[in-house]
Design a protein around this ligand. Structure first.
Ligand SMILES: [Zn+2]
Length: 315
């Protein structure tokens, strides 16, 4: 986007309009004439041909002259509408049709249109990032390298947006909030908490190839969790316990701090790929539903949720 200084505009007044006001006006109008469907007119060098028009003139006899307008009010972004030269001439020659109220209405509709376009754009960007992530999942599903998945989730914190119910979270000494990575000097979770009041999760990452159940039946139709699943579960609980133990001291230093129910999360295994049969599946579900402050989520569940989100965003 061009800076407002590059834009061509004609002002009938000699006094310059403050640069900040020009930036606001051009920014809100997205470098387009406020008239609906007015095609952008560009100069040969690609600079849009636009003008700054006053909604109410400060000069007696000028279009839509308002005697009550102060100097500051006249020069504010509220009194400015961005128009192409054709529409500028049209509104200034017909002030009885294009009254101040009418121009404010036209401008309002235009600003709303710009806002809608921008939020659609943002949605598309998010869904593209998530779609990239799904592509990686489809290709690397069989990758058993723990560091690979750690790195992937570090690069794509938005992957947890569904799983963690909006909590800030920590992942191998890095901290994340609102799907974004945040600087956390020293990687201290407590420092992080102090800066981001709100509930948190501690995420433990294994791999999709990590087995969920022990290879042999335990007894009858009962299966035990794999050593990796049991180990990472206890690890996450241990981390959570450490956090809670340290909270009183931290809350003393940081009034208003909230971390009443920090949650442990373990991302592990692939239910679709692991052959566990009905008995095995029941043992696994009984095991993971027995925790109160810990969530065990498999990779296929995590990416299944992302797939759903992508579908919603694309609708
Ligand atoms: Zn126009």
């Amino acid at each position: 986007m061009d800076s407002p200084d590059d834009l061509v505009f004609v002002s009938r007044r000699r006094r310059p309009i403050p640069a900040s006001v020009i930036k606001i006006a051009f920014g809100r109008s997205a470098n387009r004439c406020a008239f609906p469907e007015c095609p952008p007119v560009m100069l040969d060098n690609g600079v849009p041909l636009l003008e700054i028009a006053y909604i109410s003139s400060m000069v007696a006899g000028g279009p839509r002259y308002s005697h009550s307008l102060t100097r500051a009010g006249g020069d504010s972004a509220d009194n400015i509408i961005i128009l192409c030269p054709t529409h500028h001439r049209l509104v200034d020659k017909n002030p009885e049709i294009f009254t101040a109220e009418e121009l404010i209405k036209i401008r309002g509709v235009h600003y709303e249109r710009v806002q809608r376009a921008l939020s659609t754009e943002q949605k598309r960007t998010t869904s593209n990032r998530l779609a990239d992530l799904l592509e990686v999942w489809n290709q690397k599903r069989a990758t058993g390298d723990e560091e690979y998945w750690q790195q992937l989730f570090s690069d794509h914190p938005e992957a947890f947006s569904l799983a963690l119910e909006g909590r800030a979270y920590t992942l191998s000494s890095k901290c994340y909030v609102g799907g974004k990575s945040v600087a956390n000097t020293g990687g201290n979770v407590l420092d992080f908490l102090a800066q981001h009041s709100g509930n948190v999760a501690i995420v433990e990452i294994k791999t999709p190839t990590t087995k969920l159940l022990a290879p042999q039946k335990y007894r009858g139709n009962v299966y035990a969790p794999s050593r990796e699943l049991a180990g990472s579960t206890v690890q996450a609980l241990e981390y959570r316990h450490g956090l809670i133990t340290n909270l009183p001291a931290l809350a003393f230093e940081t009034p208003g701090l909230r971390a009443t129910q920090p949650m442990g999360v373990v991302i592990i295994g692939d239910l679709e790929k692991e052959e566990m049969g009905e008995d095995g599946r029941r043992s696994f579900e009984l095991y993971r539903s027995s925790f109160r402050d810990l969530k065990i989520m498999t990779y296929d569940e995590l990416f299944g949720g992302i797939q759903m989100l992508v579908n919603i965003l694309r609708d």
